[in-house]
Design a protein around this ligand. Structure first.
Ligand code: GLN
Length: 457
């Protein structure tokens, strides 16, 4: 698969044309919702004329279609925003463009990023890059698939509860969910404000780190961004203490997923690191916390789609209440509505204390447990998901089964800690399997250094 350096000092128009041609050839995967061809070629010509320079000059990339970007509508894979043309660009996109990168298209996702398979897109699912009868994972499924199909060397995603890590694992590429606050969320359609993070897919750890280092940094437009802390580590990593999370290695977890994780652990040991089994006892409770807190936050965030200010507006209604109701009914998919209802319920008077407040208290216990573990261990390791990519349609009628696929990724989201998803081989049928490396807040550079050192092994 190609890497970023393959595109540097090349004719940018040619690179963009090649990427767009490849995207069109792979149309059957339905990984992209739109191409930004005209704008991409204009920018490529400016790179070729030397007017645009930078660390990513002429490198094509794709963004998940919940990032505001010029050149095509920003739909969040929803009818609500189907014709919404962004008046501004996300800070993450602006920063990459400032270094000469060229966005060629917008990737499919679960509508408003609600999901773990990209089957909740209002425009149809994305197919897995390795086995098109299976899901791409999600919600950033399209971004994972365009990277895995080698259409572009990197693609942006958002990760609120696993939406970068899990599709990375399902398609055999690297996926990064940074420390909460590393990259500005400005200009990205909000899901759950306290766990939304911006990250990337790439074919190598080095490329992923380069992209993150460019996007990272404080942004006056997002008050939760951290003061710059992201600097690549050059220190050699010797003798790290690593904890293998035993709650992620139970008999319920696919045997080949456990086998690949154990092999990765053996490689870590051969590289001189110490790996011990540890317990994250709050992990089995994390899904329950997540599916209270996240719907609560997203129901508030989605209140802005009222059919009045922007987005889809229903026709043929008589009253204002009908306008709100019908616009939202037509603009959201079933999963959006399910979550809005759960969120409104857990925030309502009488239930707030019983659900939302309890979930927040449990979240503090989870954070405390992570902190204790990170006072003894440099890194924690687990699989990314309990299974490899499942079949299209396999879990769509059972939301609880679908939510269970998130059990290993949501803890890092609730705690705001960084987590990488790195390829760890395949199962007997050739389906990719990933492992997850987690670290304390702001230890992103250590995770990159460790993952990179293991990549060649
Ligand atoms: N699959 C998880 C969910 O459905 C994660 C979504 C995300 O990270 N955007 O909430």
């Amino acid at each position: 698969m190609s890497t970023i350096s393959d595109f540097l000092n090349k004719n940018a128009r040619q690179s963009v044309q090649d990427a767009i041609a490849k995207a069109k050839d792979n149309d059957s995967y339905h990984a992209l919702l739109s191409l930004t061809e005209e704008r991409a070629l204009e920018r490529a010509d400016a790179v070729d004329r030397g007017e645009i320079t930078g660390k990513l000059a002429g490198v094509p990339f794709v963004v998940k279609d919940n990032f505001l970007a010029y050149g095509a509508p920003t739909t969040a894979a929803s009818t609500m925003l189907e014709t919404f043309n962004a008046p501004l660009q996300a800070t993450a996109v602006e920063r990459l463009e400032a270094e000469g990168a060229i966005c060629i298209g917008k990737a499919n996702l679960d509508a408003f990023a609600h999901g773990g398979s990209t089957e909740n897109s209002a425009f149809g699912p994305t197919k897995n890059a390795v086995d098109p009868t299976r899901v791409a994972g999600g919600s950033s499924g399209g971004s994972a698939v365009v990277t895995a199909l080698d259409i572009v060397p990197f693609a942006l995603g958002s990760d609120t509860g696993g939406s970068i890590r899990q599709p990375a694992s399902f398609n055999g590429v690297v996926g990064v969910k940074p420390t909460y606050g590393t990259v500005s969320r400005y200009g990205v359609v909000a899901m759950a404000s306290s766990t939304d993070t911006i990250g990337t897919f790439a074919t190598t750890v080095t490329d992923a780190e380069l992209v993150m280092s460019i996007m990272a940094g404080q942004d006056p437009k997002d008050m939760t961004t951290l003061p710059d802390f992201f600097t690549a580590t050059t220190d050699a990593l010797v003798g790290l203490k690593i904890g293998l999370v035993k709650e992620c290695m139970t008999d319920d977890v696919d045997v080949e997923v456990r086998a690949r994780t154990n092999e990765y652990v053996e490689k870590l040991k051969s590289a001189g690191h110490k790996v011990e089994e540890v317990s994250l006892s709050m992990l089995p409770h994390s899904l329950a916390m997540y599916y209270v807190i996240v719907p609560a936050e997203l129901s508030s965030n989605l209140a802005r789609y009222d059919g009045i200010r922007y987005g889809h507006r229903a026709q043929g209604v008589q009253t204002l209440a009908e306008l709100y109701g019908k616009s939202r009914d037509e603009g959201f998919v079933t999963e959006n509505k399910r979550r809005i209802m759960i969120g409104s319920y857990v925030l309502s008077s009488g239930f707030f204390d019983a659900y939302y407040l309890q979930a927040q208290k449990a979240r503090t216990l989870l954070i405390n447990e992570f902190n204790t573990l990170f006072s003894h261990y440099d890194v924690l390791i687990s699989p990314v998901a309990p299974t490899p990519a499942f079949l299209l349609g396999e879990n769509t009628s059972d939301p609880i089964k679908m939510y269970l696929a998130d059990m290993m990724t949501v803890p890092a989201s609730l705690a705001g800690i960084p987590a990488l998803s790195v390829p760890a081989g395949t199962n007997g049928a050739g389906l990719p399997i990933g492992v997850q490396l987690m670290g304390a807040r702001r230890s992103d550079a250590t995770l990159f250094a460790l993952a990179r050192s293991m990549e060649a092994k």
